[in-house]
Design a binder for this molecule. Structure first.
Ligand code: HEM
Length: 269
């Protein structure tokens, strides 16, 4: 698998290099490989590599490692957050209406590329947080003890692995009022944040090994959701009630819905 992946990633880098050379010597119609003709992530890496200005120069293996990380750690986590958020919005039509009103107000008259508009959508952020509380894409994180520790009367031997059950903490009635209910407003409380917040809300983990893709992941999720909510009206099929939706989760490293979600979609004028 590793060798097969290497071939794919080498090819991605080679194609980017060829395209950069063609751009420079072949009329230069496009500046980079991205959809909008600007640089994409690999172009940026190659530029930094060529200029060699970093204290620690990057080689192709470094670029491949980052791309590999993005594919393994950054794709299903983000897509399942988008999916769960849509499900919760469909189950709670009033929340859908409020979120959509905010998104449409913010994006009115702005082009797709004006992504910074997304950052002003405060209610959407609360909805995403509440979705990640009920459906943390990574439900369990792993830690190992560097030295023997006694926690709450339990001895954790050196080197033993400990599983931290984030999913259970996110629904623990000792920390959350009405834990099973979807209530975005609970996140108006500033201490419930992803970084340096209360330790019972950890969708991105915590400490040294916390998710390094948090900013990128959240931007992806907010951007995709705002486009879906801006451009389309969503509702469940006539014969399906929100409370009857099957919310079964699949077992895996990331928790996705077991069954596909079927919806009625109408383009927004
Ligand atoms: C909504 C999206 C995402 C969620 C919910 C998420 C969640 C997590 C969680 C819970 C961990 C384990 C943290 C810990 O052990 O304390 C993790 C690790 C990691 N994530 Fe993310 N992640 C997301 C997006 C991304 C993206 C977009 C990238 C890269 C572009 C990424 C890269 C990584 C990497 C490399 C690790 C391992 C870090 C380490 O062990 O040192 N993640 N993520």
């Amino acid at each position: 698998m590793r060798r097969e992946l290497d071939v794919i990633l080498d090819d991605v880098i080679d194609r980017h290099k060829r395209n950069r050379v063609e751009n420079e010597y072949g009329g230069g119609r496009r500046l980079g490989n991205s959809e909008f003709g600007s640089e994409d992530l690999v172009d940026v890496f190659l530029r930094v590599q060529e200029k060699g200005q970093l204290e620690f120069p990057i080689d192709n293996d470094n670029i491949k490692a980052v791309l590999y990380d993005i594919f393994t750690a950054g794709t299903e986590t983000s897509s399942s957050t988008i999916d769960w958020t849509m499900v919760e919005l469909l189950r709670h039509p009033q929340v859908m209406t409020k979120t959509q009103a905010e998104v449409r107000q913010a994006l009115k008259g702005n082009s797709v590329e004006q992504t910074n508009m997304v950052y002003s959508m405060k209610y959407l952020k609360l909805v995403i947080k509440e979705t990640m509380r009920l459906h943390p894409p990574v439900p369990i994180v792993l830690r190992a003890c560097k030295e023997e520790q006694v926690i709450n009367g339990y001895t954790i031997p050196l080197g033993k692995k400990v599983l931290v059950n984030i999913w259970a903490m996110h629904r623990d009635p000792r920390y959350w009022k009405d834990p099973e209910k979807f209530k975005s407003e609970r996140f108006e409380n500033q201490s419930l944040d992803f970084v340096d917040g209360d330790c019972h809300f950890l969708p991105f983990g915590a400490g040294k090994r916390m998710c390094p893709g948090i900013t990128f992941g959240l931007a992806t999720v907010e951007f995709a959701l705002s486009q879906l909510l801006y451009n389309f009206d969503w509702k469940l099929p006539e014969d399906v009630r929100g409370e009857d939706l099957d919310m079964t989760e699949n077992v895996g490293l990331t928790v996705v819905r077991k069954h596909n979600l079927f919806v009625d979609v109408t383009p927004y004028n």
